[in-house]
Design a protein around this ligand. Structure first.
Ligand code: FMN
Length: 140
């Protein structure tokens, strides 16, 4: 049977998690602890990075699963102002093997992420590069 076509969503959002960097890191760990088994069960892969002020995330997988997961994520009170940079069919997985790679904390406010409307392609490249570095992703 042919697998369902792949879909990818890339978004940025504003963090509503206040407090110290340690608290932010703990909250990210809690998010990943829930996200990873759930994404694995839904055949979703991707990467999440955060700054002191916001998030960038890529989600890829079967369309229905990506949509359902992204709807839950959008309702999450830990962030807001979710801005979709891309939502489109994807030829291949860029985060194969990673139920949600931890691309880590980007110091300060990354210029790419603080732009009013960042372009999808450089954000995706940033996610891939940081996730590979942080998680030793295979180069594909
Ligand atoms: C920035 C951010 C990224 C998240 N990424 C995922 C994810 O990739 N997969 C996932 O299942 N939940 C993710 N979550 C958590 C969901 O918003 C939600 O809390 C979780 O899926 C449990 O949903 P439920 O309580 O409705 O069952 C993320 C939350 C935030 C704030």
């Amino acid at each position: 049977m042919t697998p369902p076509p792949l879909h990818r969503v890339i978004y940025v959002s504003r963090s509503r998690i206040g407090g110290t960097e340690a608290r932010l890191r703990a909250e990210i760990d809690a998010i990943l602890a829930v996200a990873r088994p759930r994404n694995a069960a839904e055949n979703i892969t991707g990467a999440l990075l955060f700054t002191r002020t916001g998030f960038a995330q890529a989600l890829e997988g079967p369309l229905a699963a990506v949509q359902a997961t992204f709807e839950r994520i959008q309702r999450d009170p830990r962030h807001g102002d979710v801005l979709v940079l891309a939502s489109e069919p994807a030829g291949q997985r860029l985060f194969a093997g990673w139920a949600m790679a931890d691309a880590g904390l980007v110091a300060g406010t990354h210029p790419l992420l603080s732009a009013a409307s960042p372009a999808a392609a450089p954000v995706l490249t940033l996610l891939r590069d940081l996730a590979r570095e942080a998680e030793h992703l295979p180069v594909v």
